[in-house]
Design a protein around this ligand. Sequence first.
Ligand SMILES: *[C@@H]1O[C@H](CO)[C@@H](O)[C@H](O)[C@H]1NC(C)=O
Length: 426
Amino acid sequence: MKVSTFISLNILAAGSAFVPPAQPTVKAASKLEINQSPLNADRQARTEAEGSFQSSSSSSSSFALDGLDHNHHVNRRSAIAGSMGMMLLAPTAVSILAGNAPVANAAATTNTNAIPTWTLDNNVQMPKLALNTVGLSMAETEQAVQLAVAEGITHIDFHPGKERDGVAQYLAKQQQQQQQGGSSRPKLFLNTKIRKAPPGTSAKDAAERTRNQIDEDMKALNVTSVDMLMLRDSPDCDVMQAQWAVLEEALVSGKTRSIGVINFCEKALTCILQTAKVKPALDYYMLHVGMGRDPLGLRSFCDSKGIRTFAYGALGEPGPNDEILKSPLLTKIGRAHNNKSPEEVALRWVLQTGAAASVRPSTTFGLGMGACVEPDCGNGIAKRAKSYSWSLTDQEMAELDAMTSPNDNPTLFSTSGCPNAFVMPK
Ligand SMILES: *[C@@H]1O[C@H](CO)[C@@H](O)[C@H](O)[C@H]1NC(C)=O
């Protein structure tokens, strides 16, 4: 029954397997001091160079399965021991304890990461690498945003609720600093999501909820416009069409600068395209090595409609996949590139297929949870931010394209309206 599914997901979501230490913000602050630079002069040039493939979008995970997103979650620190999240976390927790902390080094922290952009309709510049804040607390979200901005990542992909509130906190502090004469920070590309309508909601009510949520989120963020709003699917085509019309309204009224969808399978896309006046700029879905470039034909379908692929889950979802992290092929390829780790190779593959990607800060995540705990959070973000500073050879791309495992359903986190949607493990 749906309701109990919601509850168990929320509880798991709440189950962070360890308690992050109290806000280690020192590193972030000093980085920000040093890195005022920012907007990458050669960004446009890189866009031309990198942006030739189309692809598209989607969203994140886990428990946005419930349609209620994270804002109903109870205290995530009231952890549930022995949850799946715990098992997934174990290796990373060990590496945190081992603490290969980064050495503060001004030269090394100078931000030279030029993240290329896509030019969407209305000349909206969308950075092709985003920070995925899924499952982070409000404080961790704020910290992860700081760390990401220090590394040149300004595209923030967040959920309504506590992540949104962490972004709001970052924005408020940034505004304060600027008013006090501080240097201005790069403008964020704010990318957020419409919650799923609870099962059984009528199209009219779903539209009203969507309208209300947009206003609520903008008020919480204290902004008059976001850069991207993404819609989740529904088993009910009328609901998706009515919600999409509300996103189009928001686009026209300037509340958002672009609109897209999350975890939309071909059937869901076909539904909204029947009535859409504006097509989704992107579809945000799972893509990682082992799935091939065109899982279930979704990408070629998107491409045929001019919908780009925005990918999450480069390391697997809902937890990092050991088959990727320990892959002999990824390890071998990484060695040939100045000892890149399999996780860096996995992300580079996604980007080099022409998709944009949204990344969790580190490998510390599991079903319904994420973490931004130093030093892993800053180290992980710094590594991910360098994804455009190197590339795989055609031969290596071909070898990675040919991997058939671990395979996954790109819209695993859709509703029952799409094939083989996620079911909670017993
Ligand atoms: C919201 O933003 C405005 C300026 O855009 C600012 O003056 C105001 O203080 C902000 N409100 C809050 C609650 O941060």
